[in-house]
Design a protein. Sequence first.
Length: 409
Amino acid sequence: MKKSMMLFASITLAGTVLVACGNDSENAANTANTANTANTENNSQEESTDSQSSDQSKEMSVDESATAKQVDAYKAITDELNKMKEDQEVDWDLVESTYTSDLKSAVNEIDNEFDQFITTGIQAGTSGELEENVARQMIDKGTQSYFYQKQKSLQQAVIDAKDADKNDEAMLHFEEIKLLVENVFVPTAEKRDSYYELEGESSIVENINSGLTAQEEALSSEEGMEDFAVAKQITDKSIYRSYYLASNSYAEKIEEAVNAGDSEELQIMQTEALGFYQAIKGSLAGGDEEAAAKLSELFDISNEPASIKADEVSNLFVKAFAGKIKGYHEKVAEMAEEGKITDSKEAAMEANVFLKAIEMPVTDAIGQEEADALYADATSWYEAIDNDNAEEANKLSEQILSELQSVVE
């Protein structure tokens, strides 16, 4: 796929979410709970986030938080690993001891598969079983996958603290999210923006920061948690999109390198694709298990890089996203029939956010005009649900899923 064909259309992720939600505070109030009900997206392993008491959090600055210490450990590890770029010797004992003392336990609380991925990288780098740069990518991207899931648990921790009237604790957790965004997520998103030539309203970085700004404004208002619950989806799904596009871009780079006869960095790029994919593969499996499993198979470093084809990878991602979107549409119809209007609006918003995530391949497949019509239908679908117009919502849902199926095929 040419980069010029993969630019975002005019509707931004932030715009999609905010237009879809409008001023509906009732809709936003239950976002966190309904997202768990609607899809496995938010069913990631819950971390008992840095179990400081409320009194401790009042006295603690973000620089003293467990998150800050973990970010410092991550920086120390990556600084040491980056020595190999200058042909300097890496102190693998330092890498292992830093990970073991400052990150390993927390990573296991989120997902022991992340720990296995990182630990394998450390062991293989130490023993020389894998080329050093391959091991470096396993450690780096595995830790980034952990931080993405930690961000999700911190988002919920903010809401829980506010619900319990622990405002200082809520603000501390939000500052931890901002710390992760600045040090982990934005640097990755900047590379995706550069590769896909995303600027202005189409920029992933801009959408992440827009989400954070909206969240911070919500936290400062008296009845802002309804808006916070909505705005966190902008932040979270923009980061999600960054990891998806990272994996997708490496598939493109791998195929280009294979065609050019350049095999020097194939395994490194394949490991980067797999590492970024680790962060979101559990969620995607909830949409289409077969497509998600195939992506894991293709990216696995035991697989031959020459078998990775950019179009196949892109199509598998779209298929997985389409499965998630279809699942949300089905749940929305069920909830509406049961009179759960608030829940149905929440699920509809989630569906639209994921539809937005694949806007580039959708536009590439059906053209700008039809894509614009599809996203307009998605907004109208939400509005019909908001207005309790089941007949109109069902009609629009059928149109959206039919159009999406044509993309998958």
